[in-house]
Design a protein around this ligand. Structure first.
Ligand SMILES: Nc1nc2c(ncn2[C@@H]2O[C@H](COP(=O)(O)OP(=O)(O)OP(=O)(O)O)[C@@H](O)[C@H]2O)c(=O)[nH]1
Ligand SMILES: [Mg+2]
Ligand SMILES: [Zn+2]
Length: 359
């Protein structure tokens, strides 16, 4: 495991991204808590422990089993002397959470980051733009409750013509989300990111491996605090350089969460998040004659009419359907898993009952 960076202790919870309401909530907990308790924000989660930034510095908290916290969580910690002997005493309710379905045979919802205000989706201009991928990242971001922003990175690597073409493609799927171009090499667009990175704001970076997330972190931090990696010559894809999520305090006062490039986008997104990305289609659906219109062969279907007149691309309807189907499938898998677990508990209870019934 790489060495842990030791961040300077922040002066107060505001410096860790708390707004007035959150600060009140935190001090209410602190006042009722026993002496030696401290409030913290989770900055990194490892197996068996997590790190939290607190007004008294960075502390290590031991955990067992699946981590109860994720990066960005606010928590109350109970100290028992020494900087590394804290226990999790209270987890504050999450206002927003980036969640995805974890990879593997079992469908499990995994929180990636909590209490994020702005999700910066980093899309590199040095490889072909994938509308589908952007739609998925957008759905994940909208679903979290945070505000997404699309950043087209590495603008210095492409000529203007390519840049303009790529931007047009991105605008065809971005909906209400702001889009701007960035280069950490030339500084283009850095003023936009910096304006988002103000005190009281928490930003999380999302994007595929090699898209330039960690390079942006370093540019905002003003020094190389996280590792960046090369991309493959053949297809400009990254090599998964960042392997854990980390929360950092930016000199401008904002909080920044770097994340590893998501390997597979088989993520579970609630229907609400998907609908937020496809408001062009959901708006049209309201105009369909039947409110359960499947946009197949029903009469007076506004969606099919829009495709016929060219105001909506058939491909976009296909993306929308595909994401909704995936979401329904994942939800169903989740139900199956719960059902199986309930069955197991039921069997255990029955076995206990039988044992007790024996003389
Ligand atoms: N020319 C140029 N290269 C960039 C820019 N931003 C990032 N890069 C390069 O792109 C490569 C990948 O950057 P990273 O910041 O490591 O990418 P990442 O998104 O953090 O990747 P993972 O940690 O693997 O998910 C590195 O070689 C960077 O130097 C940019 O604005 N211009
Ligand atoms: Mg990285
Ligand atoms: Zn219809």
């Amino acid at each position: 495991m790489p060495p842990l960076s030791e961040p300077a202790p922040p002066a107060d919870v505001h410096a860790l991204g708390a707004d007035a309401t959150r600060a009140l909530e935190l001090s209410a907990w602190q006042e009722a808590a026993p002496p030696g308790s401290v409030i913290g924000r989770v900055s990194r989660v490892d197996r068996g422990r997590f790190l939290a930034l607190t007004p008294v510095g960075s502390v290590t908290v031991s955990t067992s089993g699946v981590s109860p916290v994720c990066v960005g969580d606010w928590c109350g910690l109970q100290g028992s002397g020494g900087p590394d002997s804290y226990e999790l005493a209270h987890l504050m309710p999450r206002r927003t959470a980036l969640v995805r379905q974890s990879s593997g045979a079992r469908t499990e919802v995994q929180a990636l980051a909590a209490n994020v205000d702005v999700v910066i989706i980093v899309v590199p201009l040095d490889r072909p733009i994938s509308r589908r991928q952007i739609e998925r990242f957008l759905a994940l971001a909208w679903d979290s409750g945070a505000q997404p922003v699309l950043v087209l990175s590495k603008a210095d690597l492409v000529d203007d013509e390519v840049g303009v073409g790529a931007t047009a493609v991105v605008h065809s799927v971005s909906g209400d989300c702001r889009v701007f171009t960035l280069s950490v090499r030339t500084g283009l667009g850095m003023d936009h990111v910096l304006s988002l990175c103000a005190r009281g704001s928490t930003l999380a970076l999302l994007g595929t491996s090699g898209s330039g997330k960690s390079s942006l972190v370093n540019a905002l931090m003003g020094s190389d605090v996280v590792q960046t990696g090369d991309v493959r010559d053949t297809d400009a894809k990254g090599k998964h350089t960042t392997t854990w999520r980390e929360l950092l305090v930016v000199p401008t006062g904002g909080i920044l969460i770097d994340t590893p490039g998501l390997r597979e986008l088989g993520m579970w997104i609630a229907e609400e998040g998907i609908e937020a990305v496809f408001t062009d289609i959901t708006d049209l659906e309201e105009l369909c004659r039947f409110n359960d219109c499947a946009h197949e062969s029903e009469p007076n279907c506004a969606v099919r009419e829009a495709i016929a007149t060219g105001t909506l691309h058939a491909e976009r309807l296909a993306s929308y359907r595909k994401l909704l189907a995936e979401s329904a499938y994942a939800a169903q898998q989740n139900d199956h898993r719960l059902a199986r677990e309930n069955q197991k508990v039921g069997r255990q209870r029955a076995a206990e009952g039988r044992r007790r019934a024996r003389p």
